[in-house]
Design a protein around this ligand. Sequence first.
Ligand code: SF4
Ligand code: SF4
Length: 383
Amino acid sequence: MHNIGEIIEKMREGTAMGPVRVKEIKERGIPVVGTYCTFTPWELINAAGGFPVSLCSTSEKPIAAAEKHLPRNLCPLIKSSYGFALTDTCPYFHFCDMVIGETTCDGKKKMYEYLGQMRHTHVMQLPQNVDGKNSMVLWKDEILRLKSVLEATFNTDITNEKLSASIKLRNRMHRTMMEFYDLSKLPCPVLTGKEIMLVSDYLKFSFDYEEAIKLVSDLTLKLKENYDSGERRICPGAKRILITGCPMGKSLEKVADAIESRETGGIIVGFENCGNLKCSSSPVDESSDPIDAITEKYLNIPCSVMSPNTKRLELIKKYVREYRAEGVIDVILQACHTYAVESHSVRECLQEAEIPYMAAETDYSQGDTGQLATRFGAFIEMI
Ligand code: SF4
Ligand code: SF4
């Protein structure tokens, strides 16, 4: 087994090779399907013989181009994702045969109308409420409609056997990530938030699932072994922070940097947001009918586009307990109304539980790095 530095370097290289691997996948005639959201049922795409590719972009670069069509006062994630498609500068979008969207927030669902002019786009109609029989019925219909669209587009049959195999694979990926995330439950953390972000990205963008599962498991094992033999990678006095809010990516590494700098003295022990704990902590039930189990898993994602979204509050408190967090930082992307509005109820709920909380609004520019560091520093000092 390699040492920790070598494993992390291998992951960095694997992520950087993502575009080359997608090109090879495409050249082998395998369908490439673009996704923008945690609500997209990954298992259906995989069972259709396709490769799901996340197109949620976190770069500032294509935003100016996007603003030719989209309002400036819109979430940077939407503008960046659209800008990459418009300028055809994202290799992942470039190789996509089709994209799948969902009616989540207003900006995203309207953006899909324009994306449809560039690629075959299928939009799933997401119910806005998790409770109640009606939402389950509506969402199951949407899952079945997507199944038919994938079968017709890629001339295949998505059998229950294929679906069950995809569910098992995806659950293994989630379990592997949960074992890795759970290292941050140790009394003295062994990971930085930036490392957690890197490993999450690696599993998403390396496109060799078996190799990725093996490497993440190796890293988890090695970190645990070193911890058990007394190694402490992180300063034991660092204040433990749970991140919640909007999805984060490369441009928002500035948040992790600001929290974890020596001056600020914090350490991120978990990300409740998309792509991390929120999607890996609840696997699809392998013992139920695969379509019903997929319907249930995806409808229950506690995203702020749902109303009400009380499950997110429970989840944050649960993670605070399990990951021994001493404070919660809510990262809100500029003009993201659903997370910005929900911030009030998160604050109230955490205040009641006497858990320190702060919200920070930001975008993909790097201009506010100093300001963020000052605010995080003041928050962490007060914990
Ligand atoms: S925050 Fe909500 S809308 Fe955005 S990617 Fe995650 S699940 Fe989808
Ligand atoms: S961060 Fe907010 S505004 Fe942006 S795509 Fe996600 S839910 Fe929509």
